[in-house]
Design a protein around this ligand. Structure first.
Ligand SMILES: Nc1ncnc2c1ncn2[C@@H]1O[C@H](COP(=O)(O)OP(=O)(O)OP(=O)(O)O)[C@@H](O)[C@H]1O
Ligand SMILES: [Mg+2]
Length: 639
């Protein structure tokens, strides 16, 4: 007797569900796509318990006649493709005919639907893949699907779910994306307690961007539109001997791109704000992400990301959407053409739109990135781009890059190679350098307390000396370290001093960020903030820790929320605490390009000497560079 048997439909559906549905947001995605495919113009989504308890979606699309309503839950049942050649030119979002049976196999699902042709609607109830009830009801045209207790019969899956707020954040991000792709439709997303998104139909994409992200973001975005004619189609044509007499050469069509790209001053700490849609399908496509990254190379620091909303349109035959069960990846038939088209269009727009800003101005108008990232921005005139590309390494040197391409002391009259002496971060000074008596790190760091400030370099670095040699201290990161340890210390005993703002500060957030705020609000409270939601997308800050104010306060909060958004895993409490403290420190610290009088320099050096880790900032950058007497003497050929 053989060992092989055909799996039951239920098991087959659960296996398919494993690929298609890994979290509540994927259920929302499938149901949302079905509603869009059904031509809905109004879509309302409700979720409870982050979508685990309930996902309900209502649309005013075509609805289904009774027979279709039953058939829709059969595996491989679809109205969207018929023949395999249809697969080459898919124009709908769905086509696999497996979303509904998959979802129904791992939840308690109820659907009510009515097509225009039917007098009454159909109600279907399915529990864990088994049909429980089929009934009739008088309902308006359209479809309502409620998915309850997701994964109730697959406990292993349930375990992988993250916290309710994380799951809700994923759902929110997803609905936001689809709302962006379809400005002409009405979208609503509600949790049990909040309206998370209400976006009535609008005529222009820019209005939708405004509805979702607010005006702050919109002013930093540049509209983009480009089009090229394809020279040939990506699909192979039949060979001449197989062509009919009336064969017409297919029209290759166009490649079109529209959307928004951010100006260089708008920077995000994660890729969450890069959205790309291919024929209105949201995809995470390597080719596109690479093209965008390429376009922003040397315009943004490597650790920052732009906000990009790109809608690519191409003939359906140019893109294979049947490569991924969740349909989030596609394959272009002419990938390098698409890549170069996206890169060149974005780059051209950036170059034409970029004012020749001075570095200081760039730093000032960099509201959403941390100063440490902002410090690396360059804004040369467009013609300098190529040259800059060639010297990418130099751009990492920091804020005073024109004079600090490398940390080398060079007497101008000598050829540089003869005396090239690199500074090294003090922490690693012991390693490959000369073995001076002071090379022991601990001994070295102890001497920090004896430093005497000589002055400031470019109002950004403190030059100081002691018996050990010459030191350069980055004033911003030094102060950041001092404050970071102070915040953590005071946070521990809950003695952070807060100051009330004269007027509450209002910050506009995205729906996903509002959820992140709920996640970290207790920690913010412990750190001296008093903040609360003020309307669906606005946060009111009433008090903040002393020393943090104005734009820096806003930047800090947005940064922390963005980081929270980026945290895929539920973060442990300690990590979150450290992250918030680092952010407060960074935004309250003395900036580069700030003149300091001798007393303040001495104070900062003394405070730095008292810290536990005076050599690197909370983000890991070096704070002090040391040039030992021995190295100086050697350089002058005295020893
Ligand atoms: N909201 C809806 N309104 C009208 N018809 C719907 C709706 N949802 C599903 N259907 C019908 O049910 C069929 C099955 O849906 P299902 O999502 O399982 O498959 P699909 O959308 O065809 O393919 P995929 O598995 O790729 O999503 C669809 O082809 C469509 O005809
Ligand atoms: Mg579908």
């Amino acid at each position: 007797m053989g060992r092989i048997h055909i799996l039951s439909d239920l098991v087959a559906n659960q296996i398919a569900a494993g690929e298609v549905v890994d979290r509540p947001a994927s259920v929302v995605k499938e149901l949302l796509e079905n509603a869009i495919d059904a031509g809905a113009t109004r879509i309302r989504i409700e979720v409870e318990g982050g979508g685990r308890k309930l996902i309900r979606i209502m649309d005013n699309g075509s609805g289904m006649v009774r027979d279709d309503a039953l058939l829709a839950f059969e595996r491989h049942a679809t109205s969207k493709v018929k023949t395999s050649s249809d697969l080459l030119t898919i124009a709908s979002l769905g086509f696999r005919g497996e979303a509904l049976p998959s979802i129904a196999s791992i939840s308690r699902l109820e659907m009510s639907t009515r097509a225009e042709a039917d007098a009454a609607g159909t109600i279907v109830e399915i529990v864990g893949g088994k049909m429980h009830r089929v009934g009739e009801a008088g309902i308006p045209q359209g479809t309502m699907i409620a998915v309850r207790d997701l994964f109730f019969n697959t406990p292993a899956r349930r375990k992988f779910l993250k916290s309710e707020t994380t799951e809700l954040a994923h759902v929110t991000a997803l609905v936001t994306n689809y709302a962006l792709a379809h400005p002409d439709k009405h979208f609503e997303l509600h949790s049990a307690t909040h309206a998370l998104l209400i976006a009535p139909p609008v005529a222009e994409l820019s209005e939708r961007v405004y509805q979702i992200f607010g005006k702050e973001t919109l002013v930093h975005l540049l509209p983009i539109a480009a089009e090229i004619n394809l020279s040939h189609i990506g699909l192979p044509e039949p060979p001449p001997w197989k062509r009919d007499g009336d064969y017409v050469k297919p029209d290759p069509g166009h490649l079109r791109l529209r959307g928004f790209i951010s100006k260089p001053e708008l920077q995000k700490l994660n890729r969450n704000s890069m959205y790309s849609f291919v024929n209105q399908r949201l995809v995470r496509e390597r080719v596109i992400i690479h093209a965008i990254t390429d376009a922003y190379r040397n315009i943004l620091p490597p650790t920052s990301f732009p906000v990009v909303l790109l809608f690519l349109e191409m003939p359906p035959g140019e893109v294979d959407v049947n490569v991924h069960p969740a349909k989030t990846e596609v394959r272009f038939r002419q990938p390098s053409l698409v890549h170069d088209f996206v890169r060149d269009s974005v780059r051209t727009k950036l170059i034409f739109a970029r004012p020749a800003m001075s570095f200081g101005a760039a730093l000032e108008t960099n509201p959403l990135a941390t100063p440490s990232l902002g410090a690396q921005i360059h804004s040369p005139p467009p013609s300098a781009l190529a040259a800059e590309e060639a010297s990418q390494a130099d751009s990492d040197a920091g804020p005073v890059s024109e004079g600090a391409a490398s940390f080398t002391l060079e007497p101008p009259q000598l050829p540089p190679v003869a005396v090239r002496l690199d500074f090294s971060p003090a922490e690693t000074a012991a390693a490959p350098l000369e073995t001076s008596a002071m090379d022991d790190d601990t001994a070295t760091l102890k001497t920090l307390g004896t430093l005497k400030a000589l002055g400031q370099l470019k109002e950004s670095f403190i030059l100081a000396t002691n018996e050990e040699g010459l030191w350069i201290i980055d004033q911003h990161v030094a102060h950041e370290r001092v404050l970071f340890e102070k915040v953590l210390r005071e946070r521990k005993v809950e003695s952070i001093q807060r100051q009330r703002l004269l007027m509450p500060m209002l910050i506009e957030l995205t729906p996903a960020q509002m959820i992140c705020f709920a996640q970290i609000s207790t920690e913010l409270d412990r750190n001296g903030f008093e903040a609360e939601p003020f309307g669906p997308r606005t946060l009111a800050i009433k008090a903040a820790p002393i020393g943090l104010e104005g734009r820096e306060l806003e930047r800090m909060l947005v940064e922390v929320l963005e980081q929270t958004e980026r945290e895929e895993q539920s973060e442990n409490l300690d990590a979150m605490r450290t992250r918030v403290a680092a952010s407060i420190a960074c935004h309250s610290a003395i900036k580069v390009n700030t003149p300091l009088d001798p007393a303040r320099m001495e104070w900062l050096l003394a405070e730095l000497a008292k810290t536990e880790h005076p050599t690197s900032c909370p983000h890991g950058r070096p704070i002090v560079l040391r040039y030992s007497w021995k190295e100086i003497q050697k350089a002058f050929h005295r020893i």
